[in-house]
Design a binder for this molecule. Structure first.
Ligand SMILES: [Zn+2]
Length: 217
């Protein structure tokens, strides 16, 4: 049973179809903002309108389109910023003192709601997803019917294959996917649906995966 106190709000922002999220506890009104980018005044206005208090910031990965709002956010709010330890160094100019480096399996709690960090390298070395009471906020690791690219610096298709097959494919079919960009007609789907329709989740071997990505003839 999903926790009735669970609160998730999806907001599209900026020129690259990014999704920014609030996730937290409906009762205590504490939320984490996931991937603070593009329009901090809009994020703060949304928090006011929703009557929630931003107490944490979570970073799916260091790319600028997921982090460029952190300096402005931290001017307004002194909140901890959670990033995977593999990408801690990228936070220097963005969130220096507020940075909290985490590893896979670490958890934080907002009210009654527990958020678990799931390290899913591939798109970047420290890419992480957030597991929240049967929901997966996936950053750029997994999109609806697609996955993150691996041809940017630090990208690694082998790592991505393992993250998809040994971590995300293992999630329960009822898990709801909340991706990092609005690249699809739908904004959320279940992992059960993704296991059937996402071509990147249905590649039997690493070799096939590398060929599909064009890393191997
Ligand atoms: Zn990215």
């Amino acid at each position: 049973m999903a926790n009735p106190n669970l609160y998730i709000k999806q907001m599209e922002m900026g020129p690259m179809q990014n999704f920014v999220y609030f996730v937290g506890d409906k009762k205590t009104r504490e939320v984490a903002v996931v991937d603070t980018a593009w329009d901090v005044p809009e994020i703060l206005k949304a928090a006011e309108k929703e009557e929630v208090t931003i107490t944490h910031a979570l970073v799916s990965h260091y790319h600028f389109d997921h982090t460029n709002g952190l300096p402005d956010l931290l001017k307004e709010l002194d909140v901890p910023v959670y990033i995977n330890k593999a990408e801690e160094q990228w936070m220097k100019g963005l969130a220096a003192e507020n940075t909290k480096a985490v590893k896979s399996g670490d958890k934080i709690k907002l009210g009654e709601i527990e958020i678990e960090f799931l390290h899913t390298p591939g798109h970047t070395p420290g890419s992480q997803c957030f597991l929240v009471d049967g929901n997966l906020i996936s950053g750029d690791t997994l999109f609806i019917d697609a996955c993150g690219r691996t041809d940017l610096p630090g990208g690694n298709p082998e790592d991505l294959y393992h993250s998809l097959t040994t971590k995300l494919m293992k999630l329960d079919d009822s898990t709801i996917l909340f991706p990092g960009h609005n690249y699809s007609e739908l904004q959320t789907v279940t992992m059960g649906e993704q296991k059937e329709t996402n071509p990147f989740l249905n590649i039997p071997t690493l070799d096939d995966f590398l060929k599909k990505f064009g890393y191997k003839e």
